[in-house]
Each structure stands twice: as C-alpha cells, then as structure tokens.
Design a protein around this ligand. Structure first.
Ligand code: GLY
Length: 343
C-alpha cells in the first residue's frame, strides 16, 4: 500500500488527509492517546473493518447506524446519537469516527462538534464526493425542512482517511456525483489532472481543497471558490426535486458558469470548450439543462443563493482565474440559460 498524505494547515488544528488504496490501515496511527472509547457512526451496508481496528488498538468501540437519505440528516438524528453517547458514557476525551459518504461525515462531524461542546472526530470517507470535498475542511451540519445544511458548525477532524478501495463498489450515480465535484477542480488551478491516475487525482483534488481551507477556513473569501458551478447546480437540484443529485447538477452548473463568463467577456470560447471537454468527455456527465426545468424559476432560485449578497452572484472564471462576481444582470443570466442545450 502506498498512500499520499495531504496536510490541512490550521496551526494547532492541522491534520492529515490520507489517500490511497488500503489507506484505512493507517487509522490506528491517528487514534488519540487520551481516548478510551470510540463511537463509529456509519450506515448499514458499509463495509466496516474500522471497529476491529479500533478494538485491536485497545479502545472500547460502539457503532451507531444512521438511516440512508437526506431526511435522516436531521436534528432528530443528532439527538438520537447524543442520547446513545450518554448511554455509552462517552466523555469529551473519547473519539467519534464517521465511516461513510458526505452525509455520514457531515452528521458525525456535527454530533462531535456538539457532544460536550466538542469531541475529537476522524472521518473515514467511503465516497468520491467525501474524498474530494465533504470530509475535508470541517463543515458539518444537518438539514431543516426550510433547507439543506441550515444548522451546523465548523469542526475540523483530527484526520481524514480516503481509502480508494471503497470506490470500486460505489453505485454509478454516486460516482457521477463525485465526478461532478472532481471536474470543478480542473478549473480552479492550472493543473493537468487528466494525466493523473485515480489515487493521484483524488489526492490532488484533496490538496487543492486543503490549501483553500488552510487559507480561508471560515469562508470569508477564497473558500467560496469551492462553490464553482454550485449556484445553478443548487437551483437544478431543487427544480428537479433532487432527481439530479448534487454533483450531477454541479456538472451542468460548471458549463453554465463558463458560458456566463463568456457572455460577460471574461473568457474566450476556447475556455468554454475546455469546460465542455472536461465535464462532458473526460467525466461523461450531462452538460444540458433538464427539460423539466423552468428557466424563470432557475433564475429566481439562483437569486436566493446564500452567496447572493448583491444581486445575482456567481463564481466565475476570468482573466485572473476563478473568482466571486456580484451584481450580475438577470437578463444576461436568462439569455445565457436560454442558449444552453436542453435534454
Ligand atoms: N463544500 C464546500 C466547502 O467545503 O467549502
């Protein structure tokens, strides 16, 4: 096994992201010495060698299963988890380990942030979205009926383990979602990610994210670039009633963002073509707007986006690279949407 180590640099809260085939075997090295017990938070069906490893390292281990689906990413799940922690006598010296995709690590992270006002957490990420995005950077939280991820906390893990062996059995929809997020990284730096093998590409995406988080942990500026393609992506998710999942919708959002940047004279057509090549050909993702979507409603949803502090706001490519651009006229957004392919 050869793993790559990516560092998230946050002074005394810095941590490793370990990426590679068999990376989970590095877990014992990251178990905090002060911990006597560990709680694994996971879902049924996730291949879980973690409890054996934790017990072999001398910790008492409990496992809490959470349901599958966004409806279980809730405050009720956090309450149930915390009640179990109380029953098991988990102290603030103990450890929580999230083993799963982005939903599991978001919930495990928030439970850890809340339990005794902050308990150590390690994420063992089993999905591509988790490995290149969700498990890294300390964003944790749950949904409310009013919207996704509305309640949460920044709580950095002690380590993130990305064992790429898990990807071999990932369902194709989840793989597409990971590819949507992965495609984004091709445009954030000048790196040639296409030439890298899977493990190196995952590690490089993790490194790009780690560098951004290290320089802007709380999303005061630079971290917003990780939302490239997400403004239309979020609107499409809602407008299709989540028939298109997050990463699939982000893929279309990346194409739209490039076309909008071109309409605004920020990038040449060749750069739009590059976006189409990466998203449509390298990753084989849908690049057209779903025909069920109303363009008017998409524009309305985009105007409500969290980033929209000054009119319609997008993360857009440009001569200085990708940056946040506010105050974009609805008319040009509408025209660019109308010119998109529909499927
Ligand atoms: N998923 C975007 C971020 O972590 O900031």
């Amino acid at each position: 096994m050869s793993s790559r180590i990516v560092k998230v640099e946050l002074a005394d809260r810095s941590y490793d992201v370990v990426v590679g085939m068999g990376a989970v075997s590095s877990l014992p090295k990251y178990l905090p010495k002060k911990a006597k017990r560990a709680v694994i938070i996971t879902q049924q069906g996730i291949d879980n060698q973690v409890s054996d490893m934790v017990e072999a390292a001398g910790l008492q281990c409990e496992t809490a299963y959470i349901g599958r689906g966004e409806e279980f990413k809730s405050l009720q799940t956090i309450q149930q988890l915390c009640e179990s922690f109380a029953q098991w006598g988990i102290t603030r010296n103990d450890l929580i380990i999230g083993v799963g995709g982005g939903m599991v690590t978001d919930v495990a992270g928030f439970a850890a942030a809340s339990w005794h006002r902050g308990t150590d957490v390690i994420h063992v990420s089993t999905s591509l979205v988790g490995m290149v995005d969700a498990a890294i950077g300390g964003k944790t939280g749950v949904n409310l009926p009013a919207g996704k991820n509305l309640v949460g906390a920044f709580w950095q893990p002690k380590a993130v383990i990305c064992d790429t062996a898990f990807l071999a059995t990932l369902p194709s929809k989840e793989l597409r979602c990971g590819h949507g997020e992965m495609a984004k990284y091709h445009f954030l730096t000048g790196d040639d990610l296409v030439s890298l093998d899977l493990d190196d590409r995952v590690a490089r995406c993790a490194q790009i994210k780690a560098d951004i988080v290290s320089s802007d942990e709380r999303e005061g500026g630079l971290r917003a670039l990780l939302n490239y393609g997400h403004t239309l992506g979020h609107a499409i998710e809602i407008e299709t009633n989540f028939a298109l999942a997050h990463g699939e919708a982000v893929a279309i959002g990346l194409i739209f963002a490039s076309k909008l940047a071109h309409s605004l004279g920020r990038i040449p057509k060749e750069r739009v073509d590059y976006h189409l090549r990466i998203v449509g050909e390298t990753y084989g993702l849908q690049t057209a707007i779903p025909k069920s979507c109303s363009l008017d409603r998409l524009v309305t949803l985009m105007a409500k986006d969290k980033k929209a502090v000054d009119g319609l706001t997008f993360v857009l490519d440009g001569p200085q690279g990708v940056e946040t651009v506010a105050g974009i006229q609805p008319q040009i957004v509408h025209q660019t949407l109308e010119a998109m392919e529909v499927l």
